[in-house]
Design a protein around this ligand. Structure first.
Ligand code: AMP
Length: 129
C-alpha cells in the first residue's frame, strides 16, 4: 500500500524493525547516520537500500526536518557505501520514491542504490498496482 505522507512516522514499519534489530538483514554498511542492506526483491544485479537512523517518513520529511549533520552524514554514507561496493568507476543509480505517485511502500525514508549492470535509460520504478 502506498505511503500517505500526511501521516506521522509509524515506528511499526519494517525498516524501523530492521533498525531495532527485530528483523535481521545483511548489513552492508553502517555508521552513526545510516544503515545499508540488500533489497529483499532486487531489481538490478546490485540493489541496496540505505536508510537514515532517524525516524523520517520520506525524503520530503528528511529534507525538511533532519539536522544538517544527519543530512550530511546520510549523503556521505551513500558515497562511502558506493566506494565500498566498488561502484565509483562504473557508476550507480539512486532513487527515492516519495509518496503515492512514486509508489513508496515503506514509510521510513530510504534510498535505493541500483548498479552492477547497464540500467535502462528511463524507468526507475516498477509500475504501480
Ligand atoms: P519503496 O517502494 O520505494 O518504498 O521500496 C521499498 C523497498 O523495500 C522494496 O524494494 C522492497 O523490496 C524492500 N523491502 C521490503 N521489506 C524488506 C526487507 N525486510 N528487507 C529488505 N528489503 C525490503
Amino acid at each position: 500500500m502506498a505511503v500517505d505522507l500526511s501521516l506521522p512516522y509509524d515506528p511499526g514499519n519494517v525498516f524501523a524493525k530492521i533498525l531495532r534489530r527485530e528483523i535481521s538483514v545483511q548489513i552492508l554498511y553502517e555508521d552513526e547516520y545510516a544503515l545499508a542492506f540488500p533489497d529483499i526483491s532486487p531489481q538490478a544485479t546490485i540493489h541496496v537500500l540505505i536508510i537514515p537512523k532517524g525516524a523520517y517518513v520520506s525524503s520530503a520529511d528528511f529534507g525538511a526536518s533532519a539536522s544538517n549533520d544527519e543530512i550530511a552524514g546520510f549523503a556521505r554514507a551513500i558515497s562511502k557505501l558506493a566506494e565500498q561496493l566498488g561502484l565509483i568507476r562504473n557508476g550507480y543509480r539512486l532513487i527515492s520514491n516519495t509518496g503515492p505517485d512514486a509508489g513508496q511502500e515503506v514509510p521510513h525514508y530510504h534510498v535505493h542504490l541500483l548498479a552492477g549492470e547497464k540500467l535502462s535509460a528511463k524507468l526507475i520504478k516498477k509500475n504501480a498496482e
